[in-house]
Design a protein around this ligand. Sequence first.
Ligand SMILES: [Zn+2]
Ligand SMILES: [Zn+2]
Length: 229
Amino acid sequence: MAQWALPPNLHSEIEAGPVCFHSEHSIGSKDGLIPRYKDSHACVRCISALTEGRVSLDVHQIERKYRRRFLEFWSFVEIRGPDECWPWRGKYHSRSNSSYFQIPRHWGAGRQYSAPRMAVWTTWGDIGRLPIKPICGDHNCCNPLHWRIKGVPHFFHNRDLQVIDLEFCSNKLTADTQLFLETTADKDPQRFEKILNANRIWIDFRLNSDGPISFDLINTENGYKKLKK
Ligand SMILES: [Zn+2]
Ligand SMILES: [Zn+2]
């Protein structure tokens, strides 16, 4: 997927746009709109958070209407240690081997975005279509600490603190997504069927596991592909 090219005079104009993923950012909005940059469509407050180096991974900080999609998305991420890469176990374009997740955004007709972009949106912030770059070299990695956002200053000083925080949050998120999968299987079989269709082996595995994920069989891409067949 080609990324959006940074224009000169990036972020020089602000306009009103729909709420972002982070529920705090719509507090005080009387008309249901929030400030967004006109060119990148990024949420102004998310860009401030990014500049300050804040990162979160918590369903309770996500705007209510996005919570289900948030949990669905993170159900397909193999959440590992804060220093490790987090493989995407959802859908891939078979030709390019690039990950994708379906979610409509207000600035265009496209409904598919790379999994890491969704990971960045829901952790660092709604950076709209700003280009992103992995520092680990894996373009499908979903560990937010492995991504940098281009075009804006990105404070990354308290890295150790973020790692500690992320460890706590990611353990909690693993439990949250587990509960989400169980509840959906129980209460909304049709939706669950759709989730299953994206990767039946992965979801079956998640539902049958107790405790943290450690699935040695699929730790290598080859092992994983073998399983998929
Ligand atoms: Zn925001
Ligand atoms: Zn990585």
